[in-house]
Design a protein around this ligand. Sequence first.
Ligand code: KIV
Length: 295
Amino acid sequence: MSSSRPTELARRPISVPTIAASKVRDGAEPLVMVTAYDAPSARVAEAAGVDMILVGDSLAMVVLGYEDTLQVTVADMAHHVGAVSRARPAALVVGDMPWMSYHVSIADTVTNAATLIRAGAQCVKLEGGSKRVEMIEAIVDAEIPVMGHIGLTPQSMHAMGGFKVQGRESHAALQLVNDAKALQHAGCFALVIEGVPDEVAAMITDAVDIPTIGIGAGSRCDGQVLVMHDLLGIEDRMLPKFVRRYADVKSVSVEAVTAFATDVRSGSFPSLDESYHLSADQSEALALYGSTPPG
Ligand code: KIV
């Protein structure tokens, strides 16, 4: 397989046109996207050599403790996009447009997309099919690249009756294919497909010339995305079927903090080596003033 994308660390920045040209059927390697919400996690993603970092609105549930993604605002997203972009990753930074940031007027939609770009994203992502065409065209017209997102769209959780796999019926599957074509036509450079049967994701991937990035959508997309906290095992309260857990960072972290607590309570932390000390003459001078230096 050949790919024009750099795979080495210390890479050249990965651009929207490079991603847009990464179709597996044309010989590209599958794209790798992972979420990150702050500078340290962006550095982890960058050191791992991912193609794209998504500052997802999953921020709401993964980092901010909300029950769903509907709680985050453009200001919240911009705050975290800024943190990620200050890590200066070569990976493309995708800023997720939160609920009610593109369900408003065209002018406000474009302004909201621009806020994420000014915060440091190189493109934005928004959820929904054909009904989003007008907004996508307006954002693209403002020179802001847009990634689409169809299938299980968490911002529609109330309308969908929960986080449910989409496109299980043939008519719904065909609607998703039509949605994907409409988003491509509107100017999207790539498309997330979330929570659909493998067969349907494969149909969508075949039907469009832009790359598809799956999450819970089987192996036949042009790339895959996972939430970093899921794959690292930082978030261990749920393990959705589509998540592969590559580490158990929560357990390692609990062990480490427990050891710290034990050392503090036993008096073994900090040691003399972990403390700052006065020079001998300053200690002596203090002793003259009636203070008793330790040791
Ligand atoms: O917000 C997010 O993390 C996402 C991914 C699940 C694609 O939209």
